[in-house]
Design a protein around this ligand. Structure first.
Ligand SMILES: [Zn+2]
Length: 339
């Protein structure tokens, strides 16, 4: 054991001399996998050599696997600062720190020292030979969705990218089975700036719901914004949001108003389809509908006989919904069943 530690230290020192491309400092007190990603595309980086400095004094080295993961590492309170050093001469490789995991599957594994790099064989292979999604790590899924959407060439702005208001009050949700499509309404138009529109929606929703309502918002140029973190329940269907992902097209898709109407643009269509195809990889989604189609199943418990009518996402929006349903072979909304 001492022998192998020495070797690993020596090896790591050699790696250190080849100049790390990036050093990321994290504060951690957990067990986790870290993932190497391309700084610009978010794409996972496989077969990247890395070494990890545990302060003070310890070093581990390794190479990322086919999913870009480092081997599982235990971080303890004694090592409050850990630097990951990825050695990649051609690209800027960064640590995707949102993949750090507190997952039970990893906790149950047998780690014998804070600086032990556990071999693949030491883990249950069934659990290891999978991507983070199957580790049921919600942070990892959120990040994987973002990475996958970005990989297709779409611009994706996270909540921190667009400086979303983090004083909101939210509750968790996860087992999504439905998608709801919305239009932003007739006071939104393709000629407005996305940055202004997202802030305007935020302001409206913070006032009404104390949170951002939709999970994703898509501009007319195909720019995508993370609205509500996918780990949280949305606020976009009155008296019903559980298990429904909300996507809003930031334009007016309704011709019944005497205003300048927007149609779904080709870039917007491409972006929405990319979000949907990605979500289908991570959630068991079976139904897709316009807001109005979902809304008919939800009523105010205090007024159970009153149907809540909505025009959202507008007539052009509904044409788009039909198209999406056909293309992704998804059903129309049905009554919410508690699973
Ligand atoms: Zn709506």
């Amino acid at each position: 054991m001492a022998q192998s530690n020495e070797n690993s230290l020596k090896h790591s020192t050699e790696l250190a001399e080849s100049k790390p491309h990036s050093i990321v400092l994290i504060n951690a007190n957990k067990i986790g996998l870290a993932r190497a990603i391309d700084k610009h595309t978010g794409e996972p980086q496989k077969n990247i050599d890395y070494y990890i400095n545990f302060k003070p004094g310890k070093v581990c080295g390794g190479r990322t696997d086919q999913f870009g993961f480092t081997q599982p590492i235990r971080f303890t309170g004694k090592t409050p600062t850990v630097s990951f050093n990825f050695i990649s001469p051609k690209k800027e490789v960064f640590l995707d720190d949102e993949v750090m995991s507190d997952d039970d599957d990893l906790k149950n594994s047998n780690f014998n020292s804070e600086c032990t790099v556990v071999s693949v064989q030491q883990l249950d292979k069934k659990n290891y030979k999978i991507n983070p999604v199957q580790l049921d790590n919600r942070a990892a899924v959120r990040q994987a969705i973002i990475s996958e959407v970005r990989k297709s060439g779409c611009v994706f702005k996270t909540r921190s990218d667009w400086k979303a208001n983090d004083s909101q009050k939210v509750s968790p949700d996860w087992n999504y089975t439905k998608i709801a499509i919305h239009n932003a309404g007739n006071s939104y138009s393709c000629s407005d700036l996305n940055g202004d529109k997202i802030k305007k929606i935020e302001e409206e929703h913070m006032g009404k719901f104390n949170q951002f309502g939709y999970h994703y918002a898509v501009g007319c140029d195909g720019e995508i914004f993370e609205g509500q973190d996918i780990r949280n329940k949305g606020a976009h269907i009155s008296f019903g949001n559980t298990s429904i992902i909300g996507i809003v097209l930031m334009s007016d898709l309704d011709e019944q108003w005497l205003d300048s109407d927007d149609e779904v643009t080709p870039l917007q269509e491409k972006a929405v389809k990319k979000i949907i195809s990605t979500l289908l990889n991570y959630f068991n989604i079976t139904e897709l509908g316009g807001h109005k189609e979902h809304q008919i199943f939800y009523r105010n418990p205090k007024k159970p006989n009153e149907v809540i009518e909505r025009s959202c996402p507008g007539n052009l929006g509904m044409e788009f919904v039909e198209k999406l349903r056909k293309e992704f072979n998804l059903g129309k909304p049905t009554k919410y069943k508690q699973s």
